[in-house]
Every structure is written in C-alpha cells, then in structure tokens.
Design a protein around this ligand. Structure first.
Ligand SMILES: Nc1ncnc2c1ncn2[C@@H]1O[C@H](COP(=O)(O)OP(=O)(O)OP(=O)(O)O)[C@@H](O)[C@H]1O
Ligand SMILES: [Mg+2]
Length: 419
C-alpha cells in the first residue's frame, strides 16, 4: 500500500498526497526490501529519474558506487532499530543522479508501520548550493589565513629591518656625537692655546713698557750730557740703559721660551737674599720710576726688618714697578707716594700708597680682571693689564694682595709674600 492508498480513505481530504508531492525537499519511501515505493516531485527533480523509473527498484540506485556496497548493511541496521534520525553523523553524504553525476545531500530518516510492515521515509535535501557556498567560505578563510600569515611574516621581517636600521642610526648618531665632542674639544684646546699665547704676548709687551721708556729718557739725557761734557751723568744713563735692556732680555726669556708658552705660566725662581739686598733692589726700582714722575711728585720709602728672605726678586721688582707706575699715573702733580717694605720672620709686606684719584666701590669689584679700567681712568693712558699681571705674580709666590681706596683721596695696595 502506498501513501496515495492511505489517503484514499473515504472522508479524508487528499491533503497528504498534496503535501507529499509538493514538498520542497525530496522524499523517497522504501519497503522492508529496500525497494522504492514512492518518489515525490522534488526527488524527481534532484535525481533526474521519473517516479515510474525508480518504482520497485532498490534505493541503492540513488547512491554513488563507492557507498552502494556498505549501504545495504546500514539499511539492515536501521530496520532492526528503526526511528527518526539524521544520517551521516558528521560525514558528508552524496547521492547519484540518473546521469551518473554525484551531488551532496542531507538526509533524515523516519519510518512507519502499516499492516505490520515497516516502511522507511528518507527526506533528502540537495545541498549543492550550500556546499558551494561553504567551499567559497572555506577558500576565502584559507586565503585570509594565508594573507594573515604573509602579513605576520612581513611584520616580523619589517620589525627586524626597523630594529637593524634603528641600531645603525643609533650607532651613527653616537659616532657623530663622539666626533662632535672630539672636534669641539680640539677646537677648545686650540682656542685656549691661542688665547694663552696672545695673553703671554700682551703680558710681555706690557712689561716692556717701563724699561723701554727708561731707555728712551736716558738716551735723550745722554745726548744732552754729551753736549755739556758731563762724564759721570753719562755713565749713570748708560748704566740705566744697560739695566733696562737687561730687564727686557729677562722678560723675553721669561715669557717667550716655548715651554713656558705651552704651560701658560711664568716660573718662579726664588733665591735667598738679605733684607738689605731686597731694599736695594726696591730702591733701584724707585730710582728707575723716578724718571716717570709727574711734576713735583715725590716718592718716600720706608724699609724695616733684617735677616734673610727667600723670594723671586725679579717678580717682586715687577710687582713694585707695576704698583708704583699706577700710583704715579693715577695721582696728581705734587702728590706724595709712599712705598714701604717690612720684613719679618713670617712674611715680606710691600705696600704702596698714593693720594690720587682713587677707585669707586663699584669698580673695585673688577679691579684685578684683565683689561679692566675704572670709570675715572678712561682718559688716562693704560691697557688694564698691570694689576692682572701683579695678581699672577703674587699667586706664583703663594702670596696675597689687598687694597683700600676712596674716590679722590687715594689708594693703598698691600702685597704679602709668606716666608
Ligand atoms: N693707584 C691707583 N689709583 C687709582 N686707580 C687705580 C690705581 N691702580 C689701578 N687703578 C685702576 O685700576 C685699573 C687697572 O689697573 P692696571 O694697572 O691693571 O691697568 P692700567 O694701569 O690702566 O694699564 P696698564 O697697567 O696696563 O698700563 C686702572 O685702569 C685704574 O682704573
Ligand atoms: Mg697699570
């Protein structure tokens, strides 16, 4: 009996027949022998067989050859334990068309018993389109994975390249920094050397000024005494000139010997001399400087102390020349300049006092700076080097210098050289 016969029961509308025929999935009904006893329109469409062509034929004609063999045993298994279920359990299922082509399907099974006989209903959905979509999605997924892998690899190699470049850049930068430092060190060294040399030359020229003017004035007087035929005075001035030339020679030796230029210092050569010898030397300076006095200026001396001292007499003399020349230069005509030297066991104290223009408090702060000249001295000849040189000499002898000054009433400079 087939479904048509069931539905032909009187009084029942032919609804089941319509459902069966027009269902949009394929429906195949088989009997206990596995023979097809019903085949709906959708099945005809999917498999390419007409209903008549498959009726009473084994349902295995709908399966591809690779499955046909096992299927009979699956079918027997189902008849022994029938019930609704989906087929396949994770496997892909395939069916075969009349023309031998194979297509993917999804199958679910059901059964019913009529007049004691078991019938099996297979609901078959053609999933070709879905599979195609799945395939496309799968391919796209694989493509995506491939691209992702490639991007990852590119990323890795890019990161490595960036690391390498960054490292190279860092190395180049630090090399650059290093050579910049070296260059600026070299430049600084060269500049320092240049500065030092020019400082030396200007110091040497400064110290030439006094002996040069002595030579000038003595040679002028020599000319004069020659006319008057005064041999004693001539000898005095010839000696002064000799003395001054000797001073200049020593200055040259001191300043321009190349090793001293490189070291940037004048070396001190202290010797033991008696207090009397020291006062004599200072007196010579006073004599020498007397020639440079202004009209009516007097220089008073005051020496105290006895014994032996350990000093560089040339440096001491040069200090005295510089301080005395300032006192003469910055005090008026008829002014009194006082030079005193006191020798005691612990120190030699040299002080030079004048009643000249003095130094303002503001200018006193900068007095020992190189080339510094006070406001009230701008119209008086000078370079601003003398005191700076004095300070260096004092330092060379581990001594100290101090001064007191008041505008328009005078100054006193005091140098102490420890023994
Ligand atoms: N006895 C002094 N009385 C007043 N001002 C002084 C005296 N000694 C130094 N000064 C001030 O200090 C400045 C610096 O003195 P410094 O001896 O260094 O230079 P200078 O005498 O002007 O020039 P240079 O000694 O190089 O010929 C002077 O220009 C002056 O303004
Ligand atoms: Mg001076």
């Amino acid at each position: 009996m087939n479904i048509k016969e069931i539905n032909d029961t009187p009084g029942q509308p032919n609804m089941f027949e319509a459902l069966f025929s027009h269902a949009t999935i394929g429906i195949v009904v088989t009997n206990m022998q596995g023979l097809i006893i019903n085949f709906n329109k959708q099945a005809e469409k999917d498999f390419g067989y007409t209903r008549d062509e498959v009726m009473n034929r084994p349902m295995e004609i709908l399966l591809p050859p690779s499955i046909k063999g096992h299927h009979i045993s699956y079918r027997d298994g189902f008849y022994k334990n029938p019930g609704p279920r989906a087929m396949g359990h994770g496997r892909d299922l395939y069916a075969e068309k009349k023309d031998g082509s194979v297509f993917p399907v999804e199958v679910s099974l059901s059964n019913y018993i009529l007049d004691g006989e078991l019938f099996v209903i297979a609901f078959i959905i053609n999933i070709t389109v879905r599979k195609q979509h799945e395939q496309i999605v799968l391919e796209q997924k694989m493509e995506l994975e491939k691209v992702t892998r490639e991007i990852k690899q590119m990323n890795v190699s890019l990161e490595k390249k960036i690391d390498d470049r960054t490292k190279m850049l860092r190395e180049t930068l630090s090399a650059l920094e290093q050579s910049k430092l070296e260059l600026s060190d070299a430049l600084k060294e060269e500049k320092d050397l240049g500065d030092m040399k020019s400082k030396f030359v200007s110091m040497a020229s400064h110290e030439f000024k006094t002996p040069l003017s002595t030579i000038l004035s003595s040679s002028f007087l020599l000319e004069k005494y020659n006319d008057l035929n005064e041999p004693a005075k001539r000898i005095k001035h010839i000696n002064r000139i000799k003395h001054a030339v000797n001073d200049m020679k020593m200055i040259l030796d001191d300043f321009l010997s190349s090793d001293k230029l490189d070291e940037g210092i004048v070396q001190t050569k202290p010797i033991y001399i008696s207090a009397e010898k020291c006062f004599e030397e200072l007196n010579d300076v006073v004599q020498e400087m007397a020639a440079h006095r202004k009209e009516g200026q007097t220089i008073e001396t005051n020496y105290q102390g006895t014994g032996v001292i350990f000093v560089d007499e040339r440096l001491l003399k040069n200090i005295c020349i510089n301080l005395l020349s300032n006192a003469i230069k910055f005090s008026p005509e008829y002014g009194v300049i006082k030079i005193s030297c006191t020798i005691n066991p612990s120190e030699v104290v040299l002080s030079i006092r004048d009643n000249g223009i003095g130094i303002s408090e503001e200018d006193q702060k900068h007095l020992f700076e190189r080339f510094f000249r006070a406001q009230n001295a701008v119209n008086i000849q000078g370079t601003g080097l003398g005191l700076n040189i004095v300070v260096r000499y004092v330092q060379l002898m581990n001594g100290s210098i101090e001064f007191e000054s008041n505008l328009d009433s005078g100054s006193v400079f005091t140098v102490r050289i420890p023994q």
